[in-house]
Ligand binder design. Structure first.
Ligand code: MOS
Length: 735
């Protein structure tokens, strides 16, 4: 089904099932421990052997010698896979470095060997016997020191490195009120609960991987490319994923090395990346240095907006696209943005939890707060004043929906913003300094072609199959809701099967495109199935109504199961997105409000309450969406206050490479969170009229926290995370 005109009224609009707060249909499986994650697929193939990865101990250079004799001779060991034994491996389209290094080493903890043994403990013990000698080469590990060599990166996914509109330099120079400030965000790690894990099994020349992966079709392609086998020979199965956050968009070493180990031993091999290996072995969100210049009139109209961002990656990698939102968020007649990229020899950078906008807004939304203070205008009012209903750099393009101002206004009202003392450092609660902060949320909406197969079985059960994944987001449930709505059956009559490359290719889970795209694909397949059913029943498809297990048309009413008495009816289709998204700017908007308290003696920061107001099209399942946004707000709190990969700038690796050293927030860190969705439909996105919402929830949060800390203390921290060492010694005198 082509989608290239705005959606008209359709069966989804009845909202009997879609749009209702609905529990996860796979929830009982997960809470009872019976949803088998990749490493737990003991049923997948008999006689599984265990792999343990050896990571490189240098960041850059070469292996000069490698002695695997002792490891090979250790008890239970079946084989040791190295680059020397595996032969030349190609690099996948989505990998910047090779997944099996040697003799050249491209980053610290790049895999250099896989030890396969009868048990996990035997594999681990033998891995400690692998002796590797290295010739270490000099690398660049310091972003701040690399800026002179930074280049303008080529456009990626249609995003140019630079944008210019009007005459920024002149407008900024002559602006009566100016801000010119530098912000930094550190390297971040996804830190998902489930490690990257795979079980590989060969049946002749056919490879099956039970794995944990967000993007099945991309990854089938990359497994095939890396191993040099045809794509049709590879099957990926990934029905449950214990968190991805962008870290599982791509194939990683667990999958490739499991496949190589299985090939070498003739047995199924399972590999989970060891937790202390994950952070340097896989991808991370790259650190940024950002310069923001804002110019405005004394009455608060922005006239000049400039945003530059520097980040680094391995050779061949890309920039953190931290200036994207600045091209679209606020009006100003004169504008410039630029991204610059350094070659760094740290592990591979890539997408994590709203790449681009999340770190970009960490800087921009502090800058807006600073500008509001310079102007003496309330920060909510300043944002509202500079709203735009068109793309400020392409004024002929309107936003399909843009209700940022309503998010801000409603949020301010619900949060009690009007009682706020505009002066920072004024509110005390015993030993605590208390403050509130606000930030706008912005994330683009992306749609991707997505296919599904829907079957009406004799029993009346509806079965949906698509290679869409559920990374903890609720895909199973919203897909079931969509099929139930379309076919007029109760939710428990729908079975959803996901995450298998044997199913039709979906948009997958990434960039918050999954919910709208994949349900639209299911919608398309259901439209076809409805036609097939109506025809089978001799009813006119155009006016057939599917409701309560019946099909009604032309005054007749027939049980749905009548259509499948002779056997299952199956339909498959793909939603194909035309150029509607090019004609109109599709984005999601929100506002985050945070109350924070800072201990006036110790500088300890506690978040007291958080509120998000989101405008993201139709909300398919308010319960699942709320959970998404609450999780995202929590990640934003982590980015604000805790998360930071510490770079060893001498040897080039992330030092705190486990969950003890890399801190993320827990429930006790955030006592109160509230989420409000504006009642919205956007017919330009798909027949579902929905948009992504998960990543919107993280965008802007960290700045709202930083702004609240500023409001509490009067101390402006521009280098994340905002930790007590950056406050202590600058806290106001205690009376
Ligand atoms: Mo997302 S960071 O595109 O999984």
């Amino acid at each position: 089904m082509k989608f290239d005109t705005p959606a008209t009224e359709n069966p989804i609009d009845r909202l009997k099932v879609v749009g209702k707060p609905t529990d996860r249909i796979e929830g009982p499986l997960k809470t009872s421990g019976t949803a088998a994650y990749a490493y737990e697929r003991h049923d997948a193939a008999p006689n599984q052997a265990y792999g343990y990865i050896v990571g490189a101990a240098i960041a850059k250079g070469r292996i000069s010698s490698m002695d695997i004799a002792a490891a090979k001779a250790a008890p239970g060991v079946l084989t040791v896979v190295t680059a020397a034994s595996a032969g030349m491996l190609a690099k996948g389209d989505f990998n910047t470095a090779k997944l099996l290094g040697g003799p050249d080493i491209e980053h610290y903890h790049q895999a250099v060997a896989l030890v396969v043994a009868e048990s996990f403990e035997q594999a681990r013990a033998a891995a400690a016997l692998v002796r590797v000698q290295y010739d270490r080469a000099k690398g660049q590990f310091d972003l701040a020191k690399s800026l002179d060599g930074a280049i303008k990166p080529p456009a990626s996914f249609g995003t140019e490195a630079d944008s210019r509109f009007g005459d920024f330099d002149a407008a900024f120079a002559s602006a009566p009120v100016k801000l010119d400030a530098r912000y930094t965000t550190p390297d971040h790690s996804h830190a998902m609960m489930e490690p990257h894990a795979s079980i590989a099994n060969w049946d002749g020349d056919r490879l099956t991987l039970w794995t944990s992966n967000q993007m099945i079709d991309w990854s089938v392609g990359d497994v095939a490319k890396t191993l040099g086998i045809p794509k049709e020979k590879v099957r990926l199965v990934s029905p449950y994923i214990g968190g991805g956050f962008g870290g599982k968009l791509f194939v990683r070493a667990d999958a490739i090395l499991a496949a190589l180990g299985a090939k070498a031993t003739g047995r199924p091999v399972k590999v989970a990346l060891q937790r202390p290996l994950i952070i340097n072995n896989t991808t991370h969100r790259p650190a940024t240095i950002q310069r923001i210049r804002l110019g405005g009139t004394t009455d608060g109209k922005l006239t000049a907006i400039g945003h530059e961002s520097w980040s680094g990656d391995l050779k061949g990698g890309g920039p953190e696209t931290a200036v994207g939102q600045t091209r679209l968020l606020y009006a100003a007649a004169h504008r410039m943005t630029a991204m610059r990229l350094s070659v760094l020899d740290l592990p591979e950078g890539n997408a994590m939890r709203a790449p681009g906008e999340a770190p970009g807004l960490m800087a921009l939304e502090i800058a807006i707060d600073e500008m509001a203070e310079k102007l003496g205008i309330d920060p909510v009012a300043l944002r509202i004043l500079n709203d735009t209903q068109v793309d400020p750099e392409k004024p002929e393009r309107r936003f399909s929906q843009r209700r940022l101002n309503e998010c801000l206004t409603l949020g301010a009202e619900k949060f009690g913003w009007k009682d706020r003392n505009p002066k920072p450092g004024q509110t005390r609660d015993g030993r605590w300094l208390v403050g509130t902060g606000v930030a706008a949320a912005f994330r683009n909406n992306i749609n991707g072609n997505s296919a599904a197969r829907v079957r009406l079985e004799r029993s009346g059960k509806i079965v949906v199959e698509t290679d869409m994944t559920d990374i903890g987001t609720g895909s199973y449930t919203i897909i079931a809701q969509t099929a139930a709505e379309m076919m007029g059956v109760p939710l428990d009559q729908v079975e959803v099967r996901l995450g298998d490359s044997r199913f039709p290719v979906s948009a997958g889970s990434g960039g918050q495109w999954g919910a709208n795209s994949s349900t639209a694909g299911v919608y398309a397949a259901c439209v076809k199935l409805r036609t097939a059913i109506a025809e089978k029943l001799g009813l006119a498809p155009a006016d057939a109504v599917f409701e309560k297990g019946e099909v009604r048309a032309g005054g007749k009413s027939v049980a749905l199961t009548k259509a499948s008495v002779d056997g299952d009816l199956v339909a498959e289709d793909m939603i194909e997105f035309g150029d509607l998204a090019e004609k109109m700017q599709q984005s999601t908007f929100g506002a985050h409000f945070v109350e924070a308290a800072v201990d006036s003696y110790t500088g300890e920061i506690r978040i007291r309450r958080m509120l998000a107001v989101c405008a993201a099209g139709r909300i398919l399942n308010p319960k699942a969406a709320r959970s998404q946004v609450i999780g995202a707000m929590t990640m934003g709190a982590g980015a604000a206050l805790m998360e930071e990969l510490a770079v060893d700038k001498r040897f080039g690796f992330f030092v705190n490479h486990d969950l003890a050293g890399y801190e993320v927030p827990v429930h006790a860190d955030i006592p109160h969170q509230e989420v409000i969705f504006l009642d919205e439909v956007d017919p330009t996105t798909s027949p579902m009229k929905a948009k992504g919402v998960g990543e919107l929830g993280i965008c802007g949060v960290a700045a709202a926290v930083a702004n609240a800390v500023y409001h509490a203390t009067g101390i402006r921290v521009r280098d994340y995370p905002v930790t007590l060492d950056k406050l202590i010694g600058r806290l106001p005198e205690i009376a």
